[in-house]
Ligand binder design. Structure first.
Ligand SMILES: *Cc1c(COP(=O)(O)O)cnc(C)c1O
Length: 461
């Protein structure tokens, strides 16, 4: 294997930079059969030069299209140019951030310290960069369970104690999965209907009392800062009051919405009180636009966090100096021992663009969603839920029967995706499959929104 990269590697770097610089010309497209066939491994080892050629020809053109300014589907982050540099450097260093004493460890600590400041968590809080909010939720709820039982729960299990948790009806599926993986059972996640501003607090209080009366042990409330379907926010300050009064752990799922902390008024106020949570899960790869994958968990009480995960077999015993030093080690704060260098791409994004510019992009995304909401309010379209932040859900022709609307909206989503015009996803509101835009896209401009909505309208008539 040659140690110096062949010149084709430099060409590939140029191609990557060019593609991102012209993201507007690169919407999603289906992967042709011949290209899919070319993915079959030959196993023959054809060298770096051939690799660069194959990546440029067969891989680069067939992404998710989420770098395109007309991409509004699901809640996908859109990537940053800083990521090309940081991923290149990360691959060069190939750091393992499970622990020890090296640069990436200090970088991750710096990122977590910065995040504690953004979210008003105390300096003594702990944090970990993870794959995403799904993993962050598991880690947070594992720490919440340790608060109930102490660390012995790790060896002995729950001993038949029936734990229950509470969330608004729009809570993300990640919470359910976390309870399943912790062996608590997703049936024990009580879904509380929403009132005007998020989860109904009086119904929540009643549900907790009813579970206690029935012999269960309520242990956690999961607040949502930005529901995935409609972009709704629970009143986090009120949930913090209730959790304190009831001695329950407050976890906040802020996968994307937590970052409204960096936005202007009125959006910033959506996350007032977030710093009072016991734990927070959020993603850098959604509304901070950082390349996949990177989420984060913050936990207020570092001792509870460590008590849920710290464990060091003899071969990992830390030294007091040298590479084997560097305590505390990140492997003691989560499930992964070997970990990549996620901090570099986050650090690079923040240092390249600055928090003010990232916050301005988030505010602008909310403005774009509001613009889309205005356009969706014009007949025959109809807005199906108020635009609170960056989510806009609407139907293309409210004059049709529910079934016909569902068919039409589904067809429009597919057609616009295949045409490379815009990517909407769909969701179900009151039995109608609606078009859904989640704008976490710093490349989207007002003309992208108006063009996409004109395309919807043309297909709706
Ligand atoms: C995306 C999302 C999740 C899951 O996060 P991943 O990073 O995809 O694991 C959880 N909650 C909400 C509100 C989300 O939008």
């Amino acid at each position: 294997m040659p140690t110096a990269p062949p010149p084709t590697a430099h060409r590939l770097l140029d191609q990557c930079i060019d593609q991102l610089a012209t993201a507007r010309n690169h919407p999603w497209q289906p992967v042709p059969d011949a290209v899919q066939a070319a993915y079959t491994l030959t196993g023959t080892g054809s060298g770096e030069s051939a690799l660069a050629t194959r990546i440029a020809r067969d891989i680069l053109p067939y992404g998710t299209g989420n770098t395109h300014p007309g991409f509004f589907g699901w809640v996908h982050g859109t990537g940053l140019a800083s990521g090309i540099l940081s991923e290149m450097a990360a691959a060069t260093i190939n750091a393992n951030t499970g622990g020890r004493d090296h640069g990436a460890i200090y970088l991750e600590r710096a990122v977590i310290d910065w995040a504690k400041g953004v979210f008003d968590f105390p300096p003594a809080a702990s944090g970990l960069l993870v794959t995403g909010t799904s993993q962050a939720t598991i880690i947070a709820l594992a720490a919440a369970r340790v608060r109930v039982f102490g660390p012995k729960v790790r060896a002995q299990g729950n001993g038949g104690v029936h734990l229950t948790a509470y969330a608004g009806a729009g809570v993300h599926n990640a919470a359910r999965k976390a309870l399943e993986l912790l062996g608590l059972g997703s049936d024990n996640l009580r879904l509380i209907p929403d009132a005007a501003h998020g989860i109904d607090l009086s119904l929540l209080t009643h549900a907790i009392a009813a579970d206690r009366a029935a012999g269960a042990t309520p242990f956690a409330i999961i607040g949502t800062a930005g529901s995935v379907d409609l972009g709704r926010f629970d009143d986090l300050g009120a949930l913090a009051d209730l959790a304190a009064a009831q001695s329950l752990w407050l976890h906040v799922d802020g996968a994307f919405g937590a970052w409204t902390r960096l936005a202007d008024a009125p959006w910033r106020a959506l996350t007032d009180g977030i710093g009072r949570a016991d734990s927070l899960a959020c993603d850098f790869h959604k509304w901070m636009y950082v390349p996949y994958d990177c989420g984060m968990v913050l936990i207020r009480d570092q001792a509870e966090h460590r008590a849920a995960f710290a464990s060091r077999p003899a071969y990992l015993a830390a030294q007091t100096a040298g590479l084997g030093g560097g305590e505390p080690w990140f492997c003691d704060y989560g499930t992964d021992l070997s970990r990549g260098n996620r901090a570099l791409k986050v650090w690079s994004a923040i240092e390249t663009y600055g928090t003010a510019r990232l916050g301005a992009a988030i505010s602008d995304n909310c403005r774009m969603a509001a613009l889309m909401g205005d356009l969706a309010g014009q007949a025959p379209m109809r807005l199906m839920a108020p635009v609170v932040s960056n989510l806009c859900v609407f139907t293309a022709n409210a004059g049709l029967s529910p079934q016909a609307q569902s068919d039409l909206n589904t067809r429009i989503a597919q057609t616009l995706q295949l045409q490379g015009v815009a990517v909407f996803s769909t969701t179900n509101i009151n039995g109608i499959t609606c078009l859904r835009a989640a704008i976490t896209n710093h490349r989207t401009r007002a003309h992208d929104v108006t063009a996409a909505m004109a395309a919807v309208r043309a297909l709706a008539l």
